[in-house]
Write a protein that binds this ligand. Sequence first.
Ligand SMILES: NC(=O)C1=CN([C@@H]2O[C@H](COP(=O)(O)OP(=O)(O)OC[C@H]3O[C@@H](n4cnc5c(N)ncnc54)[C@H](O)[C@@H]3O)[C@@H](O)[C@H]2O)C=CC1
Ligand code: BAL
Length: 498
Amino acid sequence: MTDLLTTEEYKAIAKGLSLPTQAFIDGAFRPAISGATFDSINPATGEVLAQIAACDGADVDFAVQKARDAFEDGRWSRLHPSERKEALIRLAKLMKRNARELAVMESLDSGKTIYDCETVDVPETIHCLTWHAELIDKIYDQVAPASDDHIAMIVREPVGVVGLVLPWNFPLLMLAWKIGPALAAGCSVIVKPAQETSLTALRLAELAMEAGIPSGVFNVLPGGGADVGEPLGRHMDVDMVSFTGSTATGRRFLSYAGESNLKEITLEMGGKNPAIVLDDAENLDRVAAHIVNGAFWNMGENCSAASRLIVQKGVKDALIDRIIAHAREWPMGDPLDPVNRVGALVSPAHFAKVCSYLEDGPKILMGGAAENGFVEPTVLEVDQNAKQAREEIFGPVLSVLTVDSFDQAIALANNTEYGLAASIFTANVKRAIRGARAVRAGTVTVNSFGEGDISTPFGGFKQSGFGGRDNGIHAHDQYTQLKTIWVDLSDDSDEAVD
Ligand SMILES: NC(=O)C1=CN([C@@H]2O[C@H](COP(=O)(O)OP(=O)(O)OC[C@H]3O[C@@H](n4cnc5c(N)ncnc54)[C@H](O)[C@@H]3O)[C@@H](O)[C@H]2O)C=CC1
Ligand code: BAL
């Protein structure tokens, strides 16, 4: 467990940080070709942290060319997997050495609490990179069943030049979920961080260079979605895009691919994730602790947040009392104060969006206060047709729906366009397993809330996911393609052709 510092010590580190401000292309920091910049703002204070290069299509063209050169000459893609492993492990070690600086940078840029950055974001990023590095020299290719006169090999090859389009809610961790398997597989990557949170991706590119990852392999282009994301999505020489963000933007990437080179697209998108609590759930206090964590961790800015509580009416009142008691133990305030568990929302625009769900008369069971970018953990009682019950709020807001029966709970859980995550709390093992099977979601947890860990695939059903999974060995499927190589071994094969 990381030893936390005091607020004053974190503020001193923040003051001394040297913030990266330029794009990172072909092993060097560079201004945007246009010379344009945008402000990176600390959402907790409104302070301008840095002016960052605002890249556009010209920078995308340049970076793709450099990434393509690197991929084709094999400086990374054709290394022995164990050499890529060693470089990625060196990167993970450099991150560890710079962990505190990265945690403070992440907190300043995103509004996330230093507690989470120190105990989750940075250590899990390091763990993720190490895990994929350790995996890559242990994956075997295959030989298919064939006659004695032939051998048929099924080999994996890196997909090529890959665009990684990132969200702002876990800037480092989502970067690691994607660069871990992509770089391990041998791809060259062009990372497009969310405009709200570019700093740690740029710093990581610098550390990657120091770790010996060759120039052109790891590029980072900060800038707007339409300016950098769209040209990447439409580029004729990008082989694949892996995206995490909203369903609306994910949908666009399918169009970009269809209208350009049919690049492969993997989408990890939104959720409206149900936590089902049945009358026979045991230890309601523990259930409440899981639900509070699921709903309010990372300010609810989490695609797999437990944002809908579907509770059977026999336990509703007792459970809500406990949820309120647990939520009161989540202090909100200065993200650099390590006692706080709730920081600032990522931007004024996102704050306004979350606040809009607190208006229009939902019954507020707890919380509801919102000021200067901070929203108190809030529990609402809503009807299943209310927007708070249907739309992804992406803030610390839990919507409560009451049901009479197990069947009604499952039907309501599935009454959504999303299918990312779900949890079910019951002492009845048959109902637990039947429920887990019946809910259409990529991850279901029983008697706990969670999204698994690096070893298990993460992604969604329905409009939550498309085309592949992050995490686990399965993540490598995104960044590799299969090639079949047939060889004729027959003694007389030359004669037969003549
Ligand atoms: N699944 C998840 O983890 C996330 C879900 N969201 C959801 O999306 C909502 C809106 O947040 P946004 O930041 O606006 O998400 P977004 O989906 O617009 O942004 C995600 C990434 O896509 C890029 N992008 C935006 N527009 C683009 C375009 N036209 N073409 C190509 N790339 C584009 C952005 O610059 C960013 O890097 C949130 O309130 C939340 O509900 C947001 C972030 C993460
Ligand atoms: N829950 C981690 C992935 C995401 O929010 O996008």
